[in-house]
Structure formats: C-alpha cells, structure tokens
Design a protein around this ligand. Sequence first.
Ligand SMILES: *Cc1c(COP(=O)(O)O)cnc(C)c1O
Length: 223
Amino acid sequence: MTIPDNIERIISNIHDAQKKSGISQKVTTICVSKYHTVDEAWEVYQSGLRHFAENYSEGFLEKEAALPEDIVWHFIGSLQSRKVKEVINKIDYFHALDRLKLAKEIEKRANHPIKCFVQVNVSGEATKNGISPEEVLPFIEALQGYQKIRVVGLMTMAPAEAEESYLHTLFKTLRGLRDQVQKKAYQYAPCTELSMGMSGDYVIAVEEGATFLRIGSAFFTTR
Ligand SMILES: *Cc1c(COP(=O)(O)O)cnc(C)c1O
C-alpha cells in the first residue's frame, strides 16, 4: 500500500458511505500529519489533498513553514493558552475550543475571526477533552460578543475501541447537538459543520453526517 493507494481507498470508502446514508453533505477530508515527516505530508499533498492538521504547536510550525502556502491548516489539539499567539494567525480552523480562558486568549491574539469547532466529550471518558453535551448551549451563548471567534461547528473524538452501534449513537448525538445550536441562528455561531471521524471510524461518521474528517494513520500505513 502506497500513500496514493491509501488516498484512493479512503475517497472511495467515503463515497460509498455517502451513498449508503443518503445524506449528501459536502465532506472535507483533513490529513492529520502529526506523526509523520514533512516528506510524507508532501506526498499526500502531491496526491491532491489541501487540508492538513497538526495537534502540537511545534509540529504545526515546522510543517507550516515547510509545506506550500495553499494548504488550509487545521489545529486539532488542545492548545495551551500561552501557545495561542504562536499559531492562531497561521491557522484556518481550530477544532478544540473547550474553555472560556482559551476563547479569551484567542480574542486577544487573533487578528481576524477564527473558524472554531467547540469540542464535545460525548462519550464522557475521563481522558478526553471537551465540554459535556449539557454544556454546549450555555458555552456557545457565553461566546457571544467575542469578535475573533466564529463557531462553525462541533467536534468530537470517539473511543478507540468501540462497537459500531455505539459509534453511530455517539455521532448521532453530536449531530443532534449541532442541529440545536444551528436552530438558534446566532450570527457568531452558524454551527453548520461536524468534525468527527478518524482512521478507525470515518465511514460511520460520514454515515452520520460528518462534514470534516480528521484522518491520520489510514493515509500513511504502508503495510
Ligand atoms: C491524531 C488525531 C486524529 C487522527 O487519528 P488517526 O486515528 O490516526 O486517524 C484525529 N483527531 C485528533 C484530535 C487527533 O489527535
């Protein structure tokens, strides 16, 4: 399996999942390059992908400096407040907004509105970041008035080892929350997007309406 083979397989799996679900959302596939070199990321770029993600500021800054300028950059990791100023004006999307302290730091450091996903811990695992489902509406309401935060959607991470039926439930829950926020029609929080689905579960995420997939290892495994 080469990287182009992997990409072809991922794209065809996504098409099949969309056909099966009958949901015809636009799906953007993000290549999570965090465990891989600039050269490997470059190979994915050459196969046509333009959305890339990193989860640590060091890795992000290295890749962002080395790779072409037309890349759309996503930051998917929890960001320490003191690191915000290093990365915030170089990214297009931030997927891990989960506390007001971080929102305040973004408000202070960003020089344009940042497209943010609010991270939700749907599974309730203690090891996962994100706010609880009950907190989603109050949290987003508290973001009103932040000029630099635009809530474009919700993000979640599923447990690594989970039954298919549980994954369906989890992703459906995030979609329901997204719909609730979207209905409020807040100007600063259109909340139309769903960032969910990784290498092990992206097919199920697409079936449940994902619009941004964060896929890492499935691009790079060459076994
Ligand atoms: C690493 C990571 C991914 C990608 O994981 P894979 O299983 O390699 O596809 C997606 N989202 C987040 C937040 C991550 O940290």
